[in-house]
Design a binder for this molecule. Structure first.
Ligand SMILES: Cc1cc2nc3c(=O)[nH]c(=O)nc-3n(C[C@H](O)[C@H](O)[C@H](O)COP(=O)(O)O)c2cc1C
Ligand SMILES: C=C(O[C@@H]1CC(C(=O)O)=C[C@@H](OP(=O)(O)O)[C@H]1O)C(=O)O
Length: 390
């Protein structure tokens, strides 16, 4: 499967076209709207989230609640567009219209894409960069991820994303009976965290950063249960599924690192405390006594839960801006201020879920290729049975 997205942050809409979905898979707008609403929640977001009520229009590829096998076209309109029609106008401006109409940006924000994007594309008005580099684009990535999550869920694979750390406040690792419990508890948290003590401290840290005109980042974790063993491959670098997931996580705006299972901690402990011992029983087939590698060996899923974490840097737009340079005068100036979030880690955990779900659904449909969803269900059941008996 593949998808592309189009659209600017304050333009009329965001669009994605998804190609390669099997036909006959149940899918409704509600499945997608549920995920879009989750992405909009979270303590620390700016005023934009009160303006938007993200809902999807399915513009192709579905009929009477089932996919057709044709490209799936999804559209999310920007409510804010009505305030930006002039600034973001599609048609050329009159010659006498001033630069203020465009809300020209000439003082790049350190840490955002403004300056290098301007250099790369020759945009001396760096609004042309920030409109597309904005994480508004993650709206339709979450829409694509919702479709992937639906496919996975119908195949018995569940995905849960949550927050582990914000601004240096660490949550205790979640202890839960099943993944549904993790999903439900974090869903009701304003910072999408399992640990209630950390929740309060995280919210205070966000409020303090906001008050100081500053921003904070954090760590999110995505857990996947029910993935069959043997998806991905060890034979080529670009077929390794863990590598695809790592790329997907780092592709999220402001994400700077990724780890699986024990992650960077593995550098400090011996192999006997890292590798997971293999056991077999009739019911579950091959499992591991522990899951310290986080569900991957040799670029393939082991069948154990996938555990992947990503680190998000603090938001680059600061209400107390850092030093920058005006590209017109080359004089030192503080960076421009755009309306901004002070912390978007909770929202980013929903985006992380979406991009992980996409990579898994994509790998499954590639490896167990079928144009029909009912056939795919059968093939996956057979794969599970084959791996159990192997
Ligand atoms: C959900 C989400 C919301 C974000 N909100 C903002 C924001 O309000 N202001 C901002 O400057 N950056 C925000 N960012 C981060 C920027 O989009 C990101 O730093 C920028 O695109 C530069 O890319 P890079 O940080 O990956 O290098 C957000 C990121 C995510 C994932
Ligand atoms: C619009 C979203 O996030 C935006 C991401 C973003 C950025 O620079 O990445 C900057 C802000 O844009 P605005 O100036 O319009 O408020 C955020 O609100 C969204 O998540 O839907």
């Amino acid at each position: 499967m593949r998808y592309l997205t189009a659209g600017e942050s304050h333009g009329p809409q965001l669009t994605t076209i998804i190609e390669g979905l099997p036909a006959g898979m149940p899918l409704t707008s509600e499945d997608i709207n549920y995920e879009l609403a989750r992405r909009q929640k979270g303590h620390g977001r700016g005023r934009r989230m009160q303006i938007e009520k993200d809902t999807v229009k399915i513009a192709g590829g579905v009929r009477h609640g089932h996919t057709l096998g044709s490209p799936l076209a999804l559209v999310v309109e920007n409510n804010d567009w009505k305030h930006w029609t002039k600034i973001m106008g599609i048609e050329p401006l009159e010659e006498n219209e001033a630069d203020e109409v465009k809300r020209k940006v000439t003082r790049p924000r350190p840490g955002h894409a403004d300056l290098v994007g301007g250099i790369k594309y020759g945009h001396r008005d760096m609004r042309n960069v920030l409109e597309r580099s904005s994480a508004r684009e993650t709206t339709v990535r979450v829409a694509a991820g919702a479709v992937a999550k639906k496919l996975l869920s119908l195949l018995g694979i569940e995905v849960a994303g949550h927050v582990l750390e914000i601004g240096g406040i660490k949550a205790n690792p979640p202890i839960y009976q099943n993944i549904k419990e993790l999903q439900q508890k974090t869903e009701n948290s304003p910072v999408r965290v399992f640990d209630e003590t950390a929740e309060k401290q995280m919210m205070e840290a966000i409020d303090l950063a906001k008050k100081n005109g500053d921003s904070i980042g954090g760590i999110v974790e995505v857990i996947v249960e029910g993935m069959p063993a043997g998806v991905g491959s060890y034979v080529h670098y670009d077929r390794k599924l863990d590598a695809k997931i790592a790329r997907a996580i780092v592709s999220i705006n402001a994400f700077k690192g990724v780890e699986f299972g024990l992650g960077f901690e593995m550098a400090r402990i011996p192999g006997s405390q890292v590798h997971d011992e293999i056991v077999w029983d009739k019911e579950d087939g091959y499992t591991r006594r522990t899951n310290r590698l986080g569900g991957f060996e040799g670029g393939m899923s082991t069948g154990m839960p996938i555990v992947v974490r990503g680190v998000m840097k603090p938001i680059p737009t600061l209400y107390k801006p850092l030093q920058s340079v005006d590209i017109e005068t080359k004089e030192p100036f503080t960076a421009s201020i755009e309306r901004s979030d002070s912390c978007a880690v909770p929202a980013a955990s929903v985006v992380a879920e979406a991009v992980v779900a996409w990579e898994l659904a994509s790998a499954i449909t590639e490896q167990f290729s079928s144009d029909r969803f009912d056939e795919l269900e059968k093939i996956i059941a057979e794969q599970r049975e084959y791996a159990r008996k192997f």
